[in-house]
Design a protein. Structure first.
Length: 231
């Protein structure tokens, strides 16, 4: 803590003299780009970065490279009397393999490496591995696609069944039509269906026999547990 306070005080002082300094933030993304929002008095001359009025801004991919699954961020930005930089690692960080160079502190929760040093060349490197977000995206897409196709298939089956019965309804009497329409929503116990429609038991049985002969209805089970299902 004392060192950090000393560096901050030194940094403020060096802005009014000729001492070199660098402080601010560098953001790394999952594509290997490094975005700079830094205040310094030295232009490192890196492609993609703009140095103007003591500010170094922009985006570059020159400081990162990838070997198989391991990413490396490597800086050699010159010598400074005050160094106070936050390196923001990608949000999908999986692990840090190695860190080297100037003094640093890691905040694992925020995925930030703070470079805190003085009177040194700003040489720093970190190797890290990212979570495979591509495979997760593929899984999410596959689940969504299967769900969507399932819904489409169910809608298709319902529409086809509905179309079939629409062509059959004119050939049925009114009570047989009522039975089929009720069973189109879901299968139902025979006794429950009759009670909901309020048909006499003998008439209801006759209607069911007619629908079975027309191959529009299936009765499953035995006795009072018989279930009616549209074929």
């Amino acid at each position: 803590m004392k060192k950090l306070i000393l560096l901050i005080v030194s940094l403020l002082f060096f802005q009014f003299v000729s001492a070199s300094h660098i402080y601010g933030d560098i953001y790394l993304d999952s594509n290997g780009d490094a975005s700079f929002n830094v205040i310094t008095d030295i232009n490192p001359g890196i492609n993609g970065l703009v140095f103007q009025d003591g500010k170094l801004t922009g985006k570059t991919s020159e400081l990162t490279n990838k070997n198989k699954e391991i990413w490396q961020f490597d800086t050699h930005l010159g010598s400074y009397e005050s160094i106070l930089l936050d390196i923001h690692l990608p949000k999908n960080l999986k692990s840090i393999k190695s860190i080297g160079g100037v003094e640093s502190a890691i905040n694992f929760d925020e995925k930030i490496i703070s470079l805190i040093d003085s009177n040194k060349a700003l040489d720093f490197n970190v190797e890290y591995v990212l979570k495979d977000s591509t495979s997760l995206d593929w899984i999410y897409f596959s689940v969504f696609l299967l769900f969507f196709l399932g819904v489409v298939y169910l809608v298709f089956l319902y529409a086809r069944k509905r179309k079939r019965f629409d062509s059959i309804f004119p050939l049925l009497n009114a009570n047989e039509e009522k039975i089929l329409k009720m069973l189109m929503d879901k299968p139902m116990r025979q006794k429950e269906c009759r009670e909901k429609l309020g048909f006499p038991k003998a008439s209801f049985t006759r209607y069911l026999l007619n629908l079975e002969k027309k191959k529009l209805l299936i009765r499953e089970g035995e006795g009072k547990n018989k279930v009616l299902r549209v074929k």
